[in-house]
Design a protein around this ligand. Sequence first.
Ligand SMILES: C[S@@+](CC[C@H](N)C(=O)[O-])C[C@H]1O[C@@H](n2cnc3c(N)ncnc32)[C@H](O)[C@@H]1O
Length: 454
Amino acid sequence: MENGEHLTFEFEQRPTIKGFPELRWTGKRPYRSTQYYPAQLRETYGSEQNGWINKIFWGDNLQVMSHLLRDYRGQIDLVYIDPPFDSKADYTKSIRIRSQNATSDVPAYESKQYGDIWNNDGYMQFMYERLILIRELLSDVGTLYLHCDWHQSAHLRCILDELFGLMNCHNVITWKRSHAQGNAGQGSQHFGIVTDTIFVYSKTGFPIWNQQYTEYSEETIKRDYKYVDEKTGERYRLTPVDGPGGASKGNPYYEFLGVSGYWRYSKQTMQDLYDKGEIQLSSTGKSLSRRRYLKDAKGTPVTDLWDDLNRVSPTSSERLDYPTQKPECLLERIIKTSSNPGSIVFDCFMGSGTTQAVAMKLGRRFIGADINLGAIQTTTKRLLSIAAELKLARKPVTYDMIKPQLSMVAEESAPYLAAASAGVDAELSAEDRGEVIDFYKARGGGKCLRFFGM
Ligand SMILES: C[S@@+](CC[C@H](N)C(=O)[O-])C[C@H]1O[C@@H](n2cnc3c(N)ncnc32)[C@H](O)[C@@H]1O
């Protein structure tokens, strides 16, 4: 049992509920347990702080999570995943190689980052098993955000209901990722697709939840905050102070500024608000209202329609040329809502490391994983540069544990880590290039074969 080498983790099955729909697919297999999967530490950046070091794993996330269960079962407050969407596409990224004597970069070859071509039912079993492991890793206040698009959203929703319970579904968010007309070109017979779906499920129904707000638009301010304080120039709006339902709702009855009635505040609270200059008598002297100042307003509570967060544009400074890279503002909203400083945030379909980058900036601990070497390269480089920026800006460290640090653990010993630490845009020797390409080819077998479509 040393180091948990022979540990088996068993998962509780949710009981079947009569009348509750359940998705079936050919080859659906129950996933009731997994074995501890040992991983090797390959590289470390930074040192442990109070027993914690942020972690990046290179490998299949099924194995990575089977490794994490030993130490992090029930410990992770937030999981965001943006898995392959079953979009039937092969994603590529062009790697720029500096020619031997030239000073300018030239795009040299397209490197396949990851494929998204599946056998019909393989995708569902693939996601089913991973979602079970994610549920096991989540803490009792933990939340999963699952990002997908129209290809598989209906099926994924059914699987999530089965594994997490419909009552633990908090939102189905529509993210309008583009203001362009989408992919409806001339002659196409569908409407332009400009949205993705993000499912929000909690482990227990009682997640960390910090309500988010967006700033009021000019139009809202002009419409709702139309009064201006004569003395301070502050904008405000007027809200009622009378108690709807009168005595039957338990509202107190008293006289204030010469007006008698049922009020929503006790007499003492009304007096306190008046002393702060917030209670106003109408010009007719017959009614009272309360001034609500714009400066004290939080903004508009965020709804389930996210149309204010644009995708990473071709000219954005955030752009890392990783296909399907998500914008940091999207992850910022998610991480701020469903985690607190010090929470562990996990993304096991990490890609370019957007989740990890934002987690680091917001003072959260993080774990990441990706099967693709390109993702490890991009994320490593990105995190190291954020760590350097944070250090330079001498940002206050909100939580002792969150000093910029990164460790890389690979599931197996491989020669490609040298290329990984060189960074994606770095000059790659012909030998390295060959190795990177071989790496993709070499990773056949089982799920990887299906995954890369090779
Ligand atoms: C849509 S991309 C994620 C993009 C990411 N959200 C970003 O902002 O850059 C999906 C990622 O999942 C990774 N992936 C697919 N299957 C995997 C598996 N079995 N284990 C680990 N990573 C996997 C792919 O390599 C790819 O980088």
